[in-house]
Write a protein of this length. Structure first.
Lengths: 201, 410
């Protein structure tokens, strides 16, 4: 099975393709700043990360990526509308307490919002529940339920319904197969392991 | 370290100033500004002296200087030891030294006592050369801006071409921010900790209680007290009260709880003090925390000048970046430095929120700025904490990871 470390790289490259050079980018849940460092180096963006963790912010500071330790909604609330060109919310959306609020706030402070998430409608995830009757365990979700952070299992269909209901325009999609590399040709809710969306109002 | 196995006795007696990561014995120096120094309020002062210390060496390009800005009761003695007999090193010795977070093998570190202070720089207790008497309240009104401008003169005198970083906590954070605002081309990095862009009413209120304790002391004499006298009771009370605001409920509870002085071994000094107490009073020393605060007050009056306390607390209260520049974003508009602001969860004097506001304004003004918040229960003084996490953050900010082409296999 594909290693999660490689999967992260794929995510990075697609987001890198979507990001315009010399723009202002905010990364929600920036971790150690790998994605932003990559965007600074390849697209010369003006970067800011947000993360709750002191050690992760330390790692960002050490690699020269500006980072703000704090809660992402409060952080975004301190910026005027359209302060950023793009907000990225990649691989964190399923763990948000209030995903609708975060996406709405991101669409206020930026022209476009990139959302990436693991598709829980992916057939293997369905099988875990249907056949095994258990929480999905795979290269992405390596831990048992008791060791896992709270997550909203969102699917491609869920997300597209949400965007339609909220009047959010989807300008770009990337659906990847279970290897997180091969583009998914059809039936993304069933066949895509990972989904990336570019949104705007 | 190498002696550990061979000569444990010798190792045990190795004085701390000889430790490999200590700057060792240091001597303060004086810089006397040859011209008249004009304070923000327009008053002039001739012979302005700044006492300072330096650690490390200024490099050939004269751009490895790190300025350390001290807090209200601090001074120029940030690191090292003045004599081998010193009981304590400089106040930020845990941070500054060879191989420490502020590495004196890389950086030329400077710390100066602020004007208005009382540790060797010209302040209210200095003699006015024109009259031969102490300035007292005739010393010019003091602002943080005056501290910044005076220290810039010192840096010019030392031949510093630009500051690699300006660092400060509390009042030092205000000074550091103002350095980046007033001398943007000169200041490449700004590290401000446990600070604020403007004191709230609570912080001003605490300072006012301290000032009243001093000014209501009959020995204050409108500031014209003798060098060896003065409002010692008032100054001690001011310090006792202020010291509480530097700690936290949790840290005081851990350190003292409700322990009484009867429950611990008593030093001869404490026994003497207890013997002097009136036998009848119920308000004698009872709790350890009382004894600790009295000690803090007594130590302070031997090293600090009451008029300096008035002047510097007033400078703190007057500091208001929002008001002085129209808005905080306007204040930060000229900044070219990359900034790091650090808040501490248990700081209730300059709480995390006030540090966040600084960072948010820097970011709104389009500056490169980071905010980190350390979870501690030690209150405002947390910025002086011995914490590997804090050291890693500061070192990471000062010594950027070498630029590398990203390894896509991460």
């Amino acid at each position: 099975m594909t290693q999660p470390v490689e999967k992260r790289t794929v995510d990075m490259q697609i987001i890198g393709d979507w990001v315009e050079p010399h723009t202002r980018v905010l990364d929600l849940g920036c971790g150690r700043g790998e994605l932003l460092d990559y965007l600074v180096q390849t697209k010369h963006v003006s970067a800011l990360g947000v993360d709750l963790d002191f050690a992760k912010v330390t790692a960002c500071v050490h690699r020269g990526v500006p980072a703000y330790q704090g809660e992402m909604i409060a952080c975004m609330a301190s910026f005027p509308a359209r302060h950023f060109d793009r907000v990225i919310c990649s691989r964190t959306v399923q763990e948000l307490h209030a995903p609708a609020t975060v996406i709405a706030e991101a669409l206020r402070v930026a022209r476009s919002v990139t959302v990436g998430f693991v598709n829980h409608g992916f057939w293997k995830n369905r099988l875990d529940l249907l056949v095994r009757g258990r929480k999905a365990r795979n290269a992405v979700y390596t831990t048992a339920w008791a060791e896992s952070r709270p997550a909203n299992p969102v699917s491609v269909a869920d997300f597209e319904d949400f965007c339609a209901a909220e009047g959010i325009r989807i300008t770009r999609r990337a659906h990847l197969m279970g290897d997180w590399k091969t583009p998914c040709p059809a039936l993304p809710n069933l066949l895509a392991g990972y989904a990336l969306y570019d949104l705007t109002r | 370290m190498t002696d550990e196995t061979q000569a444990p006795a010798a190792h045990a007696s190795t004085p701390p100033y000889l430790a490999a990561d200590d700057v060792g014995l240091v001597a303060p120096q004086d810089f006397v500004y040859p011209r008249a120094f004009t304070f923000k309020n327009g008053q002039e002062l001739t012979g302005l002296t700044l006492r300072y210390e330096t650690y490390g060496t200024l490099n050939a390009t004269r751009d490895n200087a790190v300025l350390i800005c001290h807090a209200l009761s601090g001074n120029h003695h940030a690191a090292g030891w003045h004599t081998p007999a010193d009981k304590k090193p400089g106040w930020w010795n845990n941070l500054i030294g060879p191989g420490k977070a502020v590495d004196t093998r890389r950086f030329f570190v400077i710390c100066a006592n602020v004007p208005g202070g009382c540790s060797g720089s010209t302040g209210p207790s200095s003699l006015n050369p024109a009259t031969g008497e102490a300035y007292g309240l005739r010393f010019p009104a003091l602002t943080i801006l005056d501290m910044v401008r005076a220290q810039k003169l010192l840096l010019d005198h030392l031949g510093v071409a630009e500051l690699h970083t300006v660092i400060g906590g509390s009042m030092g954070g205000m000074t550091a921010m103002l350095f980046a605002i007033e001398f943007p081309r000169f200041t490449r990095r700004l590290l401000a900790m446990a600070t604020t862009a403007r004191e709230g009413a609570q912080a001003i209120a605490f300072n006012e209680v301290g000032r009243q304790a001093i000014m209501q002391d009959p020995a204050w004499l409108n500031g014209d007290y003798a060098r060896d006298g003065g409002p010692r009771v008032g100054l001690a009370i001011a310090r006792m009260m202020a010291h509480i605001t530097y700690l936290s409920d949790a840290s005081m509870d851990r350190k003292f709880g409700r322990r009484t002085i009867q429950s611990r071994e008593q030093s001869p000094q404490l026994r003497a003090e207890l013997a002097q107490q009136p036998a009848t009073a119920d308000f004698n020393l009872q709790f350890e925390v009382e004894s600790y605060l009295r000690h803090q007050g007594q130590t302070f009056i031997n090293r600090f000048d009451a008029n300096s306390y008035l002047y510097i607390t007033r400078a703190l209260d007057q500091f208001d970046l929002d008001h002085a520049y129209g808005s905080l974003e306007n204040a930060f508009a000229p900044v070219l430095a990359e900034s790091l602001v650090v808040g501490f969860t248990s700081d209730w004097l300059f709480p995390p929120e006030q540090n966040r506001l600084i960072t948010q304004a820097l970011l709104r003004a389009g500056k490169r700025a980071s905010y980190a918040e350390l979870a501690t229960d030690l209150g405002h003084d947390s910025f002086l904490l011995e914490s590997e996490e804090l050291y890693a953050l500061i070192r990471g900010f000062l010594e950027r990871a070498p630029a590398q082409t990203l390894d896509f296999a991460i």
